[in-house]
Ligand binder design. Structure first.
Ligand SMILES: Nc1ncnc2c1ncn2[C@@H]1O[C@H](COP(=O)(O)OP(=O)(O)OP(=O)(O)O)[C@@H](O)[C@H]1O
Ligand SMILES: [Mg+2]
Length: 148
């Protein structure tokens, strides 16, 4: 069992803290969503996770190994159905996956758990039922009408 850990990741642009000490654990054989409103810091968090940009503070570990600056290649866009098939295939092979997308329903349905980011901070995390029933997640991101 390998674990990808984001530890206290911080990114500052133009003096503003865009990602504010984010912590996440992503285990292999699990699918984890990274969601939140526009400008929440999802892409910045994701880029730090894969080594495309360097955090101002914090580290990324794969188990005990510090991988904070290892670049991982980007992936071309594919249709949702292809991505879903790929996700389940990778998961079945024991590989952990972090997904970030604006298609909330499709993303949540593909995930075992998710993190909701707002203003650079995690405002909710956990399994889907917890996210969907969270007052905070509904107020800030999902909206009152949201159902899976
Ligand atoms: N290279 C950069 N220089 C300055 N500000 C940046 C840079 N990249 C991102 N930002 C700012 O950081 C904040 C978070 O951006 P980010 O792209 O991580 O958000 P996001 O959650 O991915 O948003 P979206 O849902 O629109 O994709 C935004 O206010 C954005 O303007
Ligand atoms: Mg983005």
């Amino acid at each position: 069992m390998a674990t990808l850990s984001l530890e206290n990741l911080v990114k500052i642009y133009n003096g503003k803290q865009i990602v504010n000490s984010v912590n996440m654990k992503i285990e292999n054989n699990s699918v984890v969503g990274l969601l939140g409103p526009n400008g929440a810091g999802k892409t910045t968090t994701f880029y730090m996770t894969i080594g495309m940009i360097k955090p101002d503070k914090g580290q990324v570990f794969l188990d005990e190994e510090d991988i904070t600056t290892y670049p991982i290649a980007g992936i071309d866009p594919l249709a949702v159905i292809d991505i879903k098939n790929i996700i389940s295939h990778l998961k079945n092979r024991g590989i952990g996956i972090l997904i970030s997308d604006h298609n909330v329903r499709e993303t949540l349905e593909a995930c075992d758990k998710a993190f909701i980011l707002n203003d650079g901070e995690i405002i909710e995390s956990g399994p889907l039922e917890k996210i969907v029933s969270s007052e905070t997640a509904r107020r800030i991101y999902l909206g009152d009408e949201f159902k899976l």
